[in-house]
Design a binder for this molecule. Structure first.
Ligand code: C5P
Length: 324
């Protein structure tokens, strides 16, 4: 009998960091109105697909033992949603190689969903319009449309209404992965709780533990957008901001030490990435990022340290262009 060996379709998908994450009040649907600026980073998951008799998900690499491989997995749901959209059976074996921390506030699960959409679109020869993929992505999670798009983008609504932002120069980041993860709904709920109390918890709201006068909300992203257009990292540091940071620090007070250590090591600014607990440190250039990463790794304030840069492209099939 002849055995047909299929070459996998391989898609590289980036992580994200929020340079600005302004969180509004909860909406009737339970989501919060956001005004956010996402940036896609050179920290990737890889999603490979081959034809199969049914639907199967395998996960390997960074934190994979914490990832379900059934219909709770966003890659699984992405395959079902895409198949339903075109009226076919979701038959594929999906292999996810994780480089993005699990439950780390860097959209790792969303990356796997976006990667699966792009990979199966290619494997099934669908060639769907980007707008169809974007709509399916939005149904899977608030961050999934951005991971499809990549680059740097302003997100509104739940975070799924996107406008590309023009940037000059790359940003250089050091990422401190924490032990354990944080649940995104828990962090949003903690922010609601802190806001309802009119105060923050804990000894202070910022990296140095200084108490802030209540939970101030981030203003507009205009200063940040101007700093991105100017391409000046030193202007960018002071205008990074994340409304979820106070809530993440309230649930994980140990992150204050990580933030303080990164800034002491020479980062321009440290922020909690999204809902955390990963901390992201903006550095002046690539050399500075390397120096900060080495020093931070020696401090013992986090599980793993990585260097990354952004913006990078969204989910894309490897081998589709000439630089792979
Ligand atoms: O959209 P996604 O499923 O990724 O969101 C995960 C959770 O994060 C939601 O269930 C909700 O609790 C919270 N969330 C929110 N407002 C947003 C995005 C996410 O409250 N704009």
């Amino acid at each position: 009998m002849l055995t047909v060996v299929h070459e996998p379709v391989v898609v590289q998908v980036p992580a994200k960091v929020n340079l600005h994450l302004g969180v509004g009040d909860p909406r009737p649907d339970g989501y919060h109105e956001l005004a956010t600026v996402f940036q896609a980073l050179s920290l990737h998951d890889t999603v490979s697909v081959v034809p199969a008799h049914g639907l199967e998900v395998r996960v390997r690499g960074e934190g994979s033992r914490f990832v379900p491989t059934d219909n709770r997995n966003l890659a699984w749901r992405a395959a079902e949603a895409l198949a339903a959209h075109v009226g076919r059976e979701p038959k594929a074996r999906i292999t996810v190689d994780k480089g993005i921390p699990v439950a780390g506030g860097m959209a790792g699960g969303s990356a796997d969903a976006a990667g699966t959409l792009v990979a199966l679109d290619a494997m099934w020869g669908l060639d769907l319009p980007r707008d169809d993929l974007r709509r399916i992505a939005a149904g899977l999670g608030s961050d999934v449309p951005f991971i499809l798009l990549g680059g740097t983008a302003l997100g509104t609504g739940r975070g799924e209404d996107l406008t590309t932002v023009l940037t000059r120069n790359s940003c250089h980041w050091v990422l401190a992965f924490a032990k354990g993860g944080l649940s995104t709904p828990d962090v949003f709920a903690e922010l609601d709780r802190l806001r309802a109390k009119g105060l923050s918890d804990g000894p202070g709201d910022d990296a140095q533990g200084r108490r802030q006068p209540g939970l101030r909300r981030l203003g507009s992203a205009d200063d940040l957008l101007q700093a991105l257009a100017a391409g000046d990292a030193s202007r960018l540091g002071p205008v990074l901001g994340n409304d979820l940071q106070a809530a993440a620090l309230s649930l994980r007070p140990d992150l204050r030490r990580t933030l303080a250590a990164g800034e002491r090591a020479g980062a321009l600014r440290g922020i909690v990435s999204g809902s955390g607990p990963t901390c992201a440190f903006l550095c002046a250039d690539e050399d500075a990022a390397l120096a900060v990463s080495l020093e931070l790794a020696g401090e013992g304030v986090c599980r793993t340290v990585r260097v990354a840069s952004g913006p990078v492209p969204g989910a894309r099939v490897l081998g589709d262009d000439h630089d792979d």
